[in-house]
Design a protein around this ligand. Sequence first.
Ligand code: HBI
Ligand code: FE
Length: 292
Amino acid sequence: MGLQLTSESKNRYAQAPRQADWTIDQNWASYSDEEHDRWNRLFARQAKLLPGRACDEFLEAKQKLELSRSGIPEFADLSRRLGAMTGWSVVPVAGLIPDDAFFDHLANRRFPAGAFIRPESELEYLQEPDVFHDVFGHVPLLANPTYARFLEAYGEGGRRALARGQLHNLARLYWYTIEFGLVETPKGLRIFGAGIMSSPSETIFSLEDSSPNRVAFDLERVMRTNYIISDFQQTYFVIESFEKLLAAGYQDFGPIYDRLRNASDFAAHELAPGDRIISRGDFHYFRAKRSA
Ligand code: HBI
Ligand code: FE
């Protein structure tokens, strides 16, 4: 049995004392050379894959924030640079935190980022957000004022959705945009979702594989669509621009929630009436997995 590096990073932070708002001390000095090296290898791989696949806003912000392959960033230092751009900061947490705490942070322009780093065995894909998913995947676009305002509005909306008991509808909006969204550009489809941005294999799959559907973003349609967390997406939604996404987020969600309450859900692979289909999936990847 190899040394269980797997849980070392996660356990170290899971045992860290935490504040009432679920934040902990990043304790940057506690990162081992091995953990910094893992960040550098993940960074180098994505830095090679993303040009021509990530949206320009992401690539520009990654430069401006000086995110680099010199180890895991110190959140306080990163927050000084990000704060000067859009007023956002990055606060360390040990992992997933309760919804109400999560939304409260977003509504106050604080992004809760996992302080632990994924183990070698989960280099390709992990389910819980680690420092590479959160800081490499989510943080750069917080330097884009339009995207940053959308995420702040999402936090405000999250508190309302919680109060109404319709969090699942809003979680889908987050999932299919902030986590797994694509955007149309004059040069073709590009990635902006953090879950894709931080996963080497899904970076290729989401743009180039014939398996998944790719459908134009529609707010209510997305809010009715189930998702899976354990594998690549069966449908990717494509926004026209961050401005259009922000405008969709600014609507009064009250009437939408009322309509959604009685609306049926769509399965993750299903195409819906009225979809503007950008590419229809053949699902070969998902069929192969089922028959494996
Ligand atoms: N906590 N740290 C962390 N990161 C998340 O992305 C996160 C969370 N808690 C709740 C949550 N996401 C989702 O359930 C909400 O977006 C609905
Ligand atoms: Fe995430």
